[in-house]
Design a protein around this ligand. Structure first.
Ligand code: SF4
Ligand code: SF4
Length: 448
């Protein structure tokens, strides 16, 4: 029996060797730098930044090109050195008119002057969170929440544990796995910096047990680092969900409408921790990331790409499609459970939180018709939050916001487990996402 920990519910998408990770998990990361990058101003949760450069400007690598706006605002930095060739709206994966700055790369990688804080163990602790903000760090596991805001501890709150999410439970993606193998020391540096920023004594690096080499690498890196431990988790989706991780690691439940800090925990992705380490030790802003390019491409790979690299460029870098173009069904930014399909074009820029590009063929992309619910209850068993998806779906179909709210639709983490398991192909998750958006919009109207 496994010693690894887990949570209630969940599913095993494309279990074992078929979960889509095998083609890339054993391959070292390859650096790829494109000829032009298109850097969006809205890569984080919160108001998009305001561009502060103009066409014709020369920019250095790491130079701020977008100014933060509002409480959740973040600066945006040039991910290459070169000339600004466009400032204006572009097609993004979920936004047809995302404000962006396009830079033609001069391939000189001429850095702007950086202001490193130095050693994470001895640098001034009160300078760490400002350095994280100045580096434009946001959640790199997909949520893109501004990281410095997670450290905003309110009166009466405290944090006693920081959890690093190395679960990488999504299908197909192996970018975090490779990062843990290749940058394990820097990840632990980032965790230690985060712990020192809030005087937290305990740091836990949580990793699914299908990555024994990553567990070993992180254990080695954690040796001798104060308060840091590595915890193997059972391989199950969505093991990397924030609430699931907190429950598994600490035994604490995050109540409805509450945040991890309300149970004295902060959760960061391992990629975010690496970015924190870079920001503190070298003063480097977040200008690149690892992304997994896989599915029907000729050379499935993990590429280190500059922020703003286009999807069509990374597909070309991986040898192009391995099937005739007319057999390509869809291209998804992210994994099968939570990724977003590209809308009719691959000329789309990648953001700080894009961990993957997966090419599906037409058969894999086929959309099944919904059948009536057969009340099998599998969705109830699969829901990691303990919701009743088939009942919720009924209220969503009735457009009954009141009853959907009473059945806790706002607690749904849109993980996709219920839709994945449903034998009737009920479009459960998309209904809940739409209902959540509607209730949130109504709430905003009420406040306005
Ligand atoms: S999508 Fe929502 S309702 Fe469905 S399993 Fe995930 S949390 Fe539960
Ligand atoms: S899994 Fe599908 S068919 Fe079964 S109860 Fe849930 S919604 Fe109905």
């Amino acid at each position: 029996m496994s010693n690894s920990r887990t949570f209630r519910g969940g599913v095993h998408p494309l279990h074992g060797a078929h979960e889509g990770k095998a083609p890339t998990s054993g391959q070292a990361v390859i650096n790829y730098t494109a000829e032009t990058v298109t850097i969006m101003m809205g890569m984080h949760l919160g108001a998009p930044s305001t561009p502060i450069v103009q066409v014709g400007d020369h920019v250095k690598l790491g130079q701020p090109i977008g100014e933060p706006v509002g409480f959740l605002g973040l600066p945006v930095h040039a991910s290459v050195s070169g000339e600004v060739v466009a400032v204006g709206p572009v097609q993004a994966v979920t936004n047809p008119a995302a404000m962006a700055v396009t830079i033609k790369n001069d391939f000189k990688d001429e850095w702007v002057d950086l202001e490193p804080l130095g050693d994470v163990e001895t640098c001034p602790a009160d300078k760490i969170v400002p350095a994280i903000k100045a580096a434009g760090v946001c959640g790199m596991g997909g949520a893109s929440f501004p990281t410095h805001v997670k450290f905003a501890v309110k009166e009466g709150q405290y944090c006693d544990t920081i959890i690093l999410n190395g679960a990488e439970c999504e299908t197909h993606l192996t970018c975090d796995h490779r990062l843990m193998l290749e940058k394990s020391d820097r990840i632990v540096d980032g965790l230690r910096a985060a712990m020192r920023a809030l005087d937290v004594k305990k740091g836990v690096i949580a990793i699914e047990d299908n990555k024994p080499d990553a567990i070993e690498a992180m254990r080695k890196a954690a040796q001798g680092r104060e308060g840091v431990e590595v915890m193997p988790l059972l391989t199950k989706y969505p093991q990397g969900g924030e609430k699931q991780l907190i429950h598994v690691v600490t035994g604490r439940e995050v109540p409805t409408k509450k945040l991890p800090l309300d149970v004295h925990v902060i959760v960061l992705n391992v990629g975010t921790a690496k970015a924190i380490g870079d920001a503190v030790i070298e003063g480097k802003p977040l200008i690149d990331r690892i992304t997994t390019v896989t599915g029907h491409v000729k050379r499935p790979s993990n590429l280190r790409v500059r922020v703003g690299t286009m999807v069509d460029d990374v597909i070309a870098q991986c040898g192009g499609y391995s099937i005739p173009e007319d057999q390509v069904g869809k291209i998804v930014m992210g994994g099968a459970m939570t990724g977003f399909p590209c809308p009719n074009t691959t000329h789309i820029p990648m953001a700080k939180a894009n961990g993957g590009v997966v090419v599906y063929d037409a058969k894999e992309a086929a959309d099944f018709d919904e059948d009536p619910c057969i009340r099998c209850g599998r969705c109830v068993d699969a829901c990691p939050i303990g919701l009743n998806p088939y009942k919720l779906k009924y209220f969503c179909e009735q457009d009954n916001m009141k009853r959907a709210g009473e059945w806790c639709v706002m607690d749904c983490v849109v993980c996709g487990s219920c839709s994945y398991i449903c034998p009737a192909h009920r479009r459960l998750t998309s209904s809940f996402k739409a209902m959540k958006d509607k209730i949130a919009a109504e709430a905003r109207k009420g406040k306005g």
